[in-house]
Structure formats: C-alpha cells, structure tokens
Design a protein. Structure first.
Length: 920
RNA sequence: GCUCAGGUGGUGGAAUAGGUAGACACGCAGGACUUAAAAUCCUGUGGGCAGUAAUGUCCGUACGGGUUCGAUUCCCGUCCCGAGCACCA
C-alpha cells in the first residue's frame, strides 16, 4: 500500500478539527504547560516557507509534552492591527478590516495544511472590539496609576492625591516628569488645572511633550524600535525628530525590575544581552558645577560614570536641545550659538548619524568652576552630547574619553592626563585601569579605588550624589493612524485633565477615507461623531505593540467578558513556559510585554511577575535564489559550468522551476514570454543553475510557499524537513535539495508496517537487538526534544528505521512505540498508522514510551583493575568479552580514557592495536 | 568602535563531561530490477602517497601558539563571516 500523504493528511486534519482533539481546558489534576508562538501579522503576501519554522518547533514540543502527560495550552491568533493594511486601504479604498479578514482566512488555510495542534477555540484577533476592550482597559489602569519608587510598584493615583494633601510631594519618591517641590498647603491652594498638570507628570500612561520620530510619509509617529538608521522599518521612509504632545507609557519606571528579573529567565544570553543594552543601566554620580554667565550664576547638574576623572575636566558640554543653552549663552556668543542650533535642528537624525565622526560645536560664552581644581573652564555646546540621556550636560575629560578627546583636539582645549604613564598625545586612554596622578587626594590610588573614593568625596562636600541612569526611554504610545485601538479618552472643555471613557470597548468609528485630514489631524478626525456627550474623543490610536502586550494572558481565558483573564484561569495557566519567536522583537514587544505584565502584577491581576519563562529564537529562513546565464545579445542560456567561456548576464530564475539546481527547460520557456524561444547550452544534457543566498522576496523569485511543498511531498515531509535543515536557532537558507531524503525516509517508515500490499504487524516478542534499537531512539528523541535539537532527532529516526530494515522487524512491540515517538514530528502519518494498529483514539492521547537504558548498552562490566593505583570503571563494548579478555585489553590496548569529576572512570572506549600510558 | 554568537568534506550539518572527527542527509560515481522511465534497493565517496587488491601510511575541524598521554572541544593571539547596539558621558 502506497503512502498517500495527501489523503491521509486531509482526513486527519478534518478529524482533529471535528473532534477538537487539541482543545485545552483547565484540569487541576494535571500539570499545565503553556507553549506559545509569537502570533503573526497577517500580511497580504501569505505565509512563505520560513514562517512556519518556529510554529513547527513549538508544535513538536507541544505534542511531546502532551505525550508526557501535561495539559498543554497551545493557542494561535493574529496581530491584526497595523500599518500595511491601512496603507493598502489608502491605495485601494478597501476597508482595513476587510483585507485583514481576508488575509487571516488565507493564513488559516495555510496553517491548517501543516497540521498544527492549536486549540483554535482560543483564537484572538487584536482588532476585534471584544479583544481590544482589554487593551484599552489596561491603558486606563495605567492612566489611573503612578509608580512608587520606594515601594517599587504601581499605586492608584488617589493615594498620591492623599499624600499630596497631607505632606506635599517632597517625600514622594516616584517615577515622574519634572515637578517642582510643593507642600501640602501649596497643593491645596493649587487650582484644578494646576493639580491636573502635576498629576499628569506622575501617571504611568501620561500625556507629555516629547521629541518623537516623525515620519512625514506615513503621517505618524514611530517608536525607536520602528526606526532603523533614520528610516521607518515599514516602508523605509525618512524619519525626523519633532517635538509633539503625545501619550506615553512610563516604561522607564520599571527599568530596574526589567533588568533584575531577567536573571531567572531561561532566555539565550544574546537576547538577554540585547535587553540589557536597551535598558542600558549605568552607575555613576550626579554632580553640580557652579556656572557663570557674566553676572549670573547657576548650578548645573551633570552625570558621569567617571567621578574619578574630575581633576581632568577641562571643559563642559551641553546638548544643543538642552534648556541650559538659553541660560548660558552670553551676549557676544548669541549669534554663533543660534546659527549652530539652527543647523543642528535642520539635520535629520540620519544626517547626524552619517556625520557622527565629524566634530562640531560652539562656545557658549559661559564658564564653569571645576569644584576640585577651582579652575575656570569653558562651557561648550555640541551635538555629540544627547539631550535625552543623563542631564543633557557633561563634564569633558579629554584625556580619558575618546569623544571628549576628539573635541578637545579639534578646538585646541587642554588635555590633562590623570593616569601614571599613559600617553595621550595621539589618543585618549579610556580603559578603567592604572594608577591616578594629577588628581589631588586621589593620587596613588588605582582607578577601581578612585571611582568610589571620588563619589564619596563629592557626597561629603554636598556637590553631588550616587546615581543610576538608564538608557531606556518611556514608550511613545500615540499613532496618528486609523487602524489601531482608539484611546478611551475624551477632553472636556475647560478641564485640564483628559477623562477616561469607561464603557469599554470604545469602538473604532467608520470613516470614508483613511488619510489624515487636510488640516493635518489624524484620520479619526474624519469620523463625524467622534465624541462623547459632545466632548471630543482622542484622535490618535495606539501603536502596534499595544495589542500584542498582553495577548498571552487573553489566550488563558479568551471569551471572558468581565475580565482580561479570570483569576481561576490565570492561577492555573500562570505564565508561558515556552515562547518561540524571532529575535526581531528583542527590544520591542519583549520589553513592552514584560512591562505590561509587571504593571498588571502590581495591580494584582496576574500572579507571575514575568510572562515568558523560556524563550527560543528560531533563526530566519533566507531564500536560495537560482540564476541562469544569458549570453549577451542573444536568447541563449549557458549552463553554470560553461558560463566562463561566454560573456553572460546573470538572471534570477524562479526557484519553483528548478529542481536540485537543474533547470526545467520547458517550464522555463513557459515561464515568461521572452524566454519562449530560448536556446540552451547544456552540460551533460542538463542545465545547471547558479545559486546564492538572499532574502526571501518576490523580486528574487525565491519565495517558496509551504502549500507547494505540501502538494508535492505532504505536510509531514515539510515539518520534518524544516527541522532537519539545521539547528532551530540558526539562520539558514531554504534549500529544497535535501527534501527528497526526508520524504524517502517517511515512505520507508510507512513500508515498515506492510508486507507486500498488506498491513501486517506481528505480535511476537521483540528481540534484544530490536529493543536496543527502539530504546536508543527513545533516549535520543527525548533528550533531543528537550534540548530543542530537532535536526539530530530526525537523523536518529532515519538510523532507527534503517536498523529495523536490517533486522527485518515488523513487531508491534517495536513499531507501536515508534509511531508514538514520531507523532510530534509527523503527526498525520502517525495517526494513520496508529489507527491501522487498531487504536480508536488519537495518538495524541498516548503516552511517551518509557526509556530503558538497559537495552542501549549491550554489555556492561564492572571490573576492578589496578592501574597506577586502584580504580573502578565501566566498559561499554560492542561485543561480549570474557573477563580475561577485558583485563588484557585494559592492560595493553586502552587508547582512550575519560576522567570524571572525583577521579572515577565511567567509560573507556577500547580501540584495539594501540597502547597508551594512563596518568591519573 | 562596543557586545554577543560562529568558522568542520562538493553541500546542509553530527560529535553527552577533552577520548576512533565527518553521524544522518543531499549531491556525485558505480551496480541491481525494468523493453524503458519513474520508484525502489545495494556499494563507494575528506585529501595525499604506496599497492592489482584487501590494506597500509601521512595530512586534515579558519590561522599561529599553549595546556594535556590525547584538543573540533579548554586557554592566549590573529584573520574572516553573521547578529545587535552605536556619540549613553
């Protein structure tokens, strides 16, 4: 009987769907296991062969965990709000909801063909009111809370109001914007407007003026991680800096916890490192310098990590955007300063970056007093100091900071070396090592000693204090778009506070056109009745990461109308045990989600402080393009091996008409009209194509659709092949050249169960050799799956099947466990065979076979031998040996010895013919 | 520039704790079955040298050193590819 994959797969997929085989329900008698994929944005292009890689891996793991007796939650949904659908709507006039819906249907069809074990009853779509109701709800909660730094948690804003009216704000340690200190009496004397604006500085979701990445082409603001090299990630349009009043989330309040709680997460080092860089904690001190502009004097605060280099601070630098520029520009310098500011402002972020090597700056006309040397040092203004980090002002120590050094050289400012024996004539000495000199009381100390000593002295003199700084900024939360969650916020005239709109969900209104208005307002301004009781509603919508920040919680209880997730569901499913997705979300989604979770944790809505326990980043699948070589000026194409004899042009050819780099000549002629009369110069009767690894894209004709692979080889082959391709976490090109091997293996596996045309499995007892093959496989598959080393377990299956052929084995005792073992990888063929083996229920409800080590090692001897002392060890041998033989081998022919901790030998590999001296 | 992860046959990639490097698969070559093709099966396949052959022998895990009886694996230096961050004081 032939392995008819297309019938088998269709049948079982229908059965899984109708019987809801993979439906997950709370079951307190079984341990839970939550396996989550990063849900896709349903783009119009559909899935290509790279997308399912992670889904296949998570599906294998889910199925494995079910076999191990876990109650597995394995859901799927769609991140359905987003720019592309809106862009498409602008171009075609089609409603984004309609195109999104269509794309989702297409995605679903494609996903279904691969045979995933998702519980589709839990599907979520971020664009549906029943879903985004909870995104809006969380936003309102953030609006109604502030962050208490001394307790390190979010607290209700009413509590803050209470504190203010009792004690003012002097004692309050909160994550906030800039607020002056006030007493209780002052607070009580504030009018409504004043109070509102003070509270706004404390809210976790707040409205504030900020410098944003404005993308004129898209007509919207973008987050930092939506911008790459000054261009928008989606679309590649230029992005400029602009000051705007925007909704923001006080993510920076959680910086310390986001950093600290990462320790216990089972994530890759590189991903943790990325988050660490993004959070960017640096320990240093804040220091006050007396600055003088003519008659006026001020205290200027700076941040430094190198308080020890204070004696070498020979000038100060302000960021051009710093509010201090205005105060410290002298009359004589006003002209040049303004000119400099204007030129700096005109430059886009992109230009600034391109010119990052060029030194520019201007003298402000003011001077600061170095508090330790008491020297008068000039205050400069330069682009290389960033307004958004620290205080936007620095003390420059040219001898020990390369940027300050370049600046000092360029403007001939003094450079004072502070480390004994360092040479700063060519470059600065940035390393934190050596012995201090020219540094007053710090002389003779090592840098490591000097840093804390300097900070201590600074604190003692009352001119500064220890300070931890973070690079992490608050998330800008407003987008001037249509296709996103509306803010549940309205503005009452004469009232300074925006008001929460409580009867959620606040549904997205219908509009006729999806463009901004003529006056530059966001598209929602086009909606006629975008108001509440006559008061205008907020016209921006939320960004892409809003809907994806808590979706893993919604999956736990997707139909709940009264809560994001019920306490019962959350207590049971708790957190994601395994999260699989791309590394591109390292600094976006994975930070925001953790922040969102921690916020809800503070409020008691969720029981775990981290959402994703273990995270695996699957590698990207690149395209493997094929080329043909046209002889210039002709319609002749020359095969790869002969192309050097001609003058040729390299042309991309559709990879779907190439097989193992052999071009299908007829298909090529049919491919495009211009090739209809193509002629070929062949080698050995075949046309060999060239190839290259490139991004998978339509223009390179290297996109492979999983449907095509399923048609030709079946979903099981696709699944196993994607795993066989290489380590999960590694990026690799899609290369169909090996897929036949995997397909052949499945056919061989299938034929194990047949004698001639008949399904025949014998009930005889298994032989030790057969059991050895089986148990070797069980052991291997188990450890491989647990280590996510799926490529080697596919190999292990191949070896096992070859062994069984050699043993001529068709015994139930062996084949039945084999079917269970392979079911996570190739579920359809497993179900079919399981059914033929006489089982009524799905193989998904079977148990993973018990591993018996006894059968994997044929002979194990424990034999005491004296060998440079007395040692006990075990021998693992390929054939049986008598004790006498072993002794002689150990005495004379031991080649290889493995030492283990404690000095005992566990394993000796015996290679005849060689003698080795053993040293212990 | 900084940080992280890598570099193994013609190709994708294996190799628990340092112990017969190259599993498994692709490709290639040869063979069987067949009128033929497809499908299937079998054999060989890192390189050099010697031999009719079985086989023997030397060299081989980016490069140069080191530790070790023994290094793809550990340490130091160099080169090269990939990813992330990029004036973060």
């Amino acid at each position: 009987m032939e392995y008819n994959f297309s019938e088998i797969e269709k049948f079982w997929q229908a059965r899984w769907a109708s019987e809801k085989t993979f439906k997950a329900e709370i079951d307190t008698n079984r341990p839970k296991f939550y396996v989550l994929d990063m849900f896709p944005y349903p783009s119009g292009a559909g899935l290509h062969v790279g997308h399912p890689l992670g889904y296949i891996a998570s599906d294998i793991y889910s199925r494995y965990k079910r076999l191990k007796g876990f109650n597995v939650l394995h859901p799927m949904g769609y991140d359905a709000f987003g720019l592309p659908a809106e862009q498409y709507a602008i171009q075609t006039g089609q409603h984004p909801a309609a195109t999104t819906d269509k794309n989702i249907q297409r995605y679903r069809e494609q996903l279904d063909r691969i045979g995933f074990s998702f519980d589709w009853d839990r599907e979520v779509r971020t664009c549906e009111p029943e879903y985004y109701k909870w995104t809006q709800w969380a936003f309102l909660k953030m609006f109604e809370h502030w962050y208490d730094l001394s307790e390190q948690r979010a607290r209700p804003i009413e509590e803050l109001v209470n504190i203010f009216s009792k004690n003012g704000n002097a004692e309050v340690k909160a994550a906030s914007g800039e607020v002056e200190t006030f007493s209780a009496d002052e607070w009580l004397s504030f009018n409504e407007t004043k109070r509102a604006s003070v509270l706004m500085e404390y809210r976790i979701a707040y409205l504030g003026e900020t410098s944003v990445n404005w993308c004129a082409a898209l007509g919207t603001v973008l987050a930092n991680d939506e911008v790459k090299e000054g261009l928008s990630v989606r679309g590649g349009h230029p992005v400029e800096q602009k000051k705007m009043r925007q909704w923001q989330l006080r993510v920076s309040a959680y910086a310390e916890r986001l950093l600290g709680d990462m320790e216990e997460l089972d994530w890759t080092d590189s991903l943790k490192e990325m988050q660490r860089n993004w959070i960017g904690r640096s320990e240093g001190s804040e220091m006050t310098f007396r600055v003088v502009n003519g008659e006026r004097e001020y205290d200027l605060e700076i941040f430094t990590t190198r308080a020890d280099t204070i004696f070498g601070a020979t000038f100060m630098v302000l960021a051009p955007e710093s509010e201090w520029v205005e105060r410290l520009t002298s009359e004589e310098q006003r002209g040049v300063v303004e000119e400099y500011l204007a030129s700096a402002k005109k430059k886009t972020e992109r230009e600034r970056m391109a010119e990052s090597k060029r030194v520019s700056g201007v003298f402000s006309g003011s001077y600061a007093i170095n508090p330790f040397t008491l020297e008068k040092i000039p205050v400069w203004i330069a682009e290389y100091v960033l307004a958004g980090y620290g205080t936007g002002a620095i003390m420059a120590v040219p001898a020990h900071d390369s940027r300050d050094y370049a600046f000092a050289k360029h403007f001939s400012l003094p450079i004072i070396p502070l480390i004994e024996g360092c040479n700063v004539s060519e470059e600065s000495f940035d390393a934190k090592e050596g012995v201090m000199c020219n540094s007053g009381f710090l002389n003779g100390m090592s840098v490591k000693e000097a840093i804390p000593a300097a900070i201590e002295e600074v604190e003692r003199r009352g001119i500064g204090r220890r300070k931890v700084n973070y690079r992490l900024r608050d998330a800008i939360f407003s987008r001037q778009r249509y296709w996103g969650e509306p803010f549940p916020i309205y503005y009452k005239e004469g009232l300074a506070t925006p008001l929460p709109f409580d009867s959620l969900p606040l549904e997205l209104p219908e509009i006729d056109k999806f463009l901004p208005t003529e006056s530059g307002e966001p598209p929602l301004a086009r909606a006629e009745s975008w108001s509440y009781e006559g008061w205008p509603l907020e016209k921006s919508t939320m960004p892409g990461f809003a809907g994806s920040s808590a979706y893993y919680l919604r999956y736990m209880d997707p139909q709940n109308r009264d809560a994001l997730v019920s306490k019962e569901a959350n207590d049971y499913w708790r957190d994601v045990d395994l999260y699989i997705g791309g590394t591109e979300h390292a600094t976006g989604h994975l930070i925001y989600s953790r922040f969102w979770n921690k916020f809800l944790y503070d409020l008691g809505y969720v029981c775990e402080k981290e959402p994703f326990k273990k995270l695996i980043n699957q590698g990207m699948i690149q395209g493997r393009s094929n080329f043909v070589y046209r002889v210039k000026g002709t319609n002749k194409f020359v095969s790869l091996g002969l192309k050097d004899e001609y003058d040729t042009t390299e042309i991309h050819v559709d990879v779907n008409i190439v097989n193992n780099d052999r071009l299908d000549l007829d298909a090529f002629k049919r491919w495009m009209p211009e090739y209809e009369s193509a002629e070929f110069i062949l080698e050995d009767g075949e046309y060999i194509c060239g190839w290259a690894v490139e991004k998978m894209s339509k223009s390179m004709f290297n996109v492979v659709n999983p449907d095509t692979v399923c048609d030709k080889y079946g979903a099981d082959t696709l699944r196993m092949y994607e795993m066989f391709l290489g380590p999960l976490e590694q990026s690799k090109p899609w290369d169909t050249n090996g897929i036949d091997g995997v397909h052949r293996f499945l056919k061989r596996f299938w034929r194990l169960f047949f004698e001639k045309e008949n399904f025949r499995v014998s009930d005889e007892d298994a032989s030790p050799a057969e059991l050895k093959t089986l148990h070797k496989l069980i052991g291997k598959v188990q450890t491989d799956i647990e280590n996510f080393s799926f490529n080697t377990s596919v190999s292990a299956f191949m070896i096992a099947v070859n062994d069984l052929y050699e043993l001529n084995c068709n015994k139930r005792a062996i084949l039945e466990p084999m079917v269970i073992l392979i079911s996570p990888f190739a579920p359809h063929i497993a179900e079919e065979l399981w059914n033929k083996l006489g089982h009524k229920s799905s193989v998904a409800f079977a148990s993973f076979p018990e591993y018996n080590q006894k059968f994997t090692i044929e002979n194990t001897f424990e034999y005491p031998v004296s060998f440079n002392g007395k040692l006990r060890f075990k021998l693992e041998l390929e054939r049986s040996l008598t004790p006498a033989e072993i002794e002689s081998i150990v005495r004379e022919d031991v080649n290889t010895i493995k030492f283990l901790a404690g000095g005992s030998i566990k394993k000796i590999i015996v290679v005849p013919g060689k003698i080795i001296n053993v040293v212990c």
